[in-house]
Design a binder for this molecule. Structure first.
Ligand code: SF4
Ligand code: SF4
Length: 401
């Protein structure tokens, strides 16, 4: 039948692959299996075969793409500049359309729940009670990596949604509160507001915003993702800069046609303010800190230096653990969808952290943070680079009192 939606991978996207194989050594699923069909080149080949009418969009084709993490490690090394992430989203939209009934629950999770603040609040309340009563260890094995990697949900302070403050002499910033981010990682959003206002920005968190749509897009729900994007483009059209504190969300925002270059990850905004002298640099040596690169920061946005500069400004010495920068196995809903591969990758990443001998870790993405905490256990402290930075300023007596 071939492709049936307008989202499908285009001939131009697929023909950009020159079959060189340079992407194979950086692809986590190829490294796990050694199989060409689990490589970027193999997956692009399968997409081309669908386009030529040789292969159907069926369970076999879907299985090849389900196993892909969507980490986009294959993009920076590609001499053909294949837009793999875009092609993958297009192929997944085809799967959602042509393989009916597949993972209906998952698609419901990535659109209905994430688009509804009420549903998120209710779910978070249930998790908070479960955490308090010690019931989360009873969750089914498939979800346990998520529940064991959660931060403590009590005492998170007020949501940032609706906040407005700051002088604005350095311009206005619209903050994407995120769906899960403002419920489970509220301290990261609150830290972002504090630092951006310290840096001279007017910060607003408009109530009219919604989920960024990244998980929906990655899951083949292109229509829902477009609706989310349209609502956010309207909510954020009047700001100088639009910032998200989760790397997965900022990567997706950067792809909105209506926002263009105004979208930025919080690490970029804070590092820029430090470089401009709008935020201070600590003189205190606080020792070593492991830095973990979320794929949607490093590969999708090519943001590598900024989190390191923030940690250095806080007085930490960043410790590198991963010369190939492999995915930690969190990858959106991958822990639930592909638990075995996710487990192997999570263990590998945790072993790399352990072998550094450092127990403090900086990660700029909620999924990676949960995966790291779950695999490393309570002896390790994992937080966002901006949280480490603000805590250091407060220790120095230079926070925003
Ligand atoms: S690196 Fe790019 S061009 Fe080379 S095989 Fe991989 S996707 Fe194709
Ligand atoms: S997105 Fe990641 S897992 Fe998927 S093909 Fe590219 S490198 Fe491999």
């Amino acid at each position: 039948m071939g492709w049936v939606t307008t989202e499908h991978p285009t001939r131009e996207e697929l023909d950009a692959c020159v079959q060189c194989g340079l992407c194979l050594p950086v692809c986590p699923t190829f490294r796990l299996t050694g199989r060409e069909t689990a490589s970027p080149r193999g997956r692009l080949h399968a997409m081309s075969a669908v386009g030529e009418g040789v292969v159907e969009v069926d369970e076999v084709f879907a299985g090849l793409l389900d196993f892909c993490l969507g980490c986009r490690a294959c993009e920076p090394v590609c001499p053909g500049l294949v837009p793999y992430g875009r092609a993958l989203e297009g192929a997944r939209a085809e799967i959602a359309e042509q393989v009916p009934g597949r993972k209906r629950l998952r698609r419901w999770q990535t659109t209905t729940i994430l688009g509804s603040r009420a549903a998120l609040r209710l779910g978070s309340l249930g998790l908070r009670i479960g955490q308090k009563l010690g019931l989360l260890r009873l969750t089914p094995a498939r979800y346990r990596r998520i529940t064991s990697g959660l931060r403590k949900l009590g005492g998170r302070g007020q949501p940032t949604l609706g906040h407005a403050g700051g002088s604005g002499e350095a311009g206005t910033v619209g903050l994407l509160a995120g769906c899960v981010q403002d419920e489970w990682f509220r301290p990261v959003n609150r830290t972002a507001v504090t630092l951006l206002e310290m840096a001279g920005h007017r910060v607003e968190v408009p109530r009219s915003q919604t989920c960024c749509g990244a998980l929906a897009a990655h899951d083949g729900k292109a229509g829902a993702a477009h609706v989310f994007a349209g609502q956010n483009e309207e909510a954020f059209e009047r700001y100088d800069m639009v910032v998200a504190t989760a790397a997965g969300c900022s990567a997706h925002l950067a792809g909105y046609e209506g926002l263009g270059s105004s979208a930025a990850d919080i690490t970029v905004a804070v590092a820029r303010a430090i470089d401009d002298g709008r935020l201070p640099v600590s003189e205190v040596d606080r020792g070593e800190m492991v830095i973990q690169d979320p794929c949607h920061l490093r590969h999708a946005q090519r943001v590598v230096d900024e989190p390191r500069r923030i940690l250095e400004a806080a007085g930490f010495r960043p410790v590198e653990i991963d010369p190939v920068a492999l995915c930690c196995g969190a990858a959106g809903v991958y822990t639930m969808a592909q638990p075995e591969a996710s487990e192997t990758l999570g263990n590998q990443k945790a072993d790399q952290v352990r072998s550094s001998g450092v127990t403090r870790v900086a990660s700029a993405n909620p999924g990676c943070e949960m995966q790291l905490r779950s695999h490393l256990g309570d002896d390790y402290e994992v937080a966002h680079p901006i949280e480490w930075y603000l805590a250091a300023l407060e220790e120095d007596g230079r926070g925003d009192d």
